[in-house]
Design a protein around this ligand. Sequence first.
Ligand code: ADP
Ligand code: MG
Length: 399
Amino acid sequence: MSSFRTLDDIEQVSGKVALVRVDLNLPMNGGQVTDRTRINASAPTILELADAGAKVLLLAHFGRPKGQRSSTQSLSMVVDAVQDVLGREIMFVPEVAGDVVAQSVGILRDGDVAILENTRFWPGEEANDAEFAAAIAANGDFYVNDAFSAAHRAHASTEAITHCLPSFAGRAMQKELEALDRALGNPEKPVAAVVGGAKVSSKLAVLEHLVGIVDHLIIGGGMANTFLAARGVDVGKSLCEHELKPTVEAIMEAADRSGCTVHLPYDVVVATEFAANPASLRTCNVHEVAAEEIILDIGPQATEALGDVLKTCRTLVWNGPLGAFETEPFDAATVSLAKTAAALTREGSLVSVAGGGDTVAALNHAGAGDDFTYVSTAGGAFLGWMEGRELPGVAALTP
Ligand code: ADP
Ligand code: MG
């Protein structure tokens, strides 16, 4: 891993002004924050800096205000929730740059925390504008990025600002980068990747990157249908991207060249309608799917075989459920393999890293999320990492 600077590398914290990029793009309902996971994630960084005597200015975006002020997307709405999590009073500043921020810094005492307004109220944010970044930076002494989830975008508060101030990774960012490095950057071999979810087209770059670096590529979900169809299997009425046959063939060839075994299911769970516990539910070999049937999960034999594959591996990276897990019983394969991975992780024989919105929900549904080595809630940035892309917000922290 290219080494990045962390809080341990900051020369002097006490008496300085820290501009800290965090993820406050929180789920809200009726003006109330409904999930505090993201605040919890950055609390250690904020408290560490504040307790070491910095004045901490939090920088974050919320929603998509498109470069204009919007009263319904002001970060003033998250102040109460952040105060609650941090257990201390914080100030809200309705600007990100200029005199109002400078005056607020004058009022703050060492160890105080303030939230600046939504960075996306200004067009310079998404344009990664150097002048806008310099104006934000003018009120700080150093910059800390603790928002891995925003690191796949080169925006003023994630990228341009690092050209103005000494820049460091916060503790949550550090933890995420170290976990991802253990999973894909510098993993212990053999490495297995599970890629599931609805569509091959949404994860092409992920598949293309993974076949070159993992030992086992496990395909599940709707994507498996596209792979099976490309091999001549009749998948009936299943979700399937038939037009991707040449792409799938190219991925299989690349896997062959690099010694990556691609695992496709040989049994599947099907029904003639997509509903919970339908009367038409049955399990069959992939070659026995009828014209009116839909594949909604991979089968129990395939799932057991995949568990055996994981037992031979030291590292697992997982994105995408193996079936339509939101509807019973099409969660069975995902739940079973997640439990196997969790048990192997608990025993210490597997490093397991997972990410993706639906994947996180599926692992929690299986009661397995807490046992994984690391579960990333970063979405786009996690997928970008799985694609092997350099993330601008991470690259900016590397000397
Ligand atoms: P993530 O959010 O973790 O990246 P995706 O969004 O790619 O995952 O995929 C999740 C979705 O894929 C789920 O809504 C799930 O129901 C769907 N899915 C999984 N298997 C199938 C299938 N066989 N047919 C249709 N949809 C499926
Ligand atoms: Mg999803």
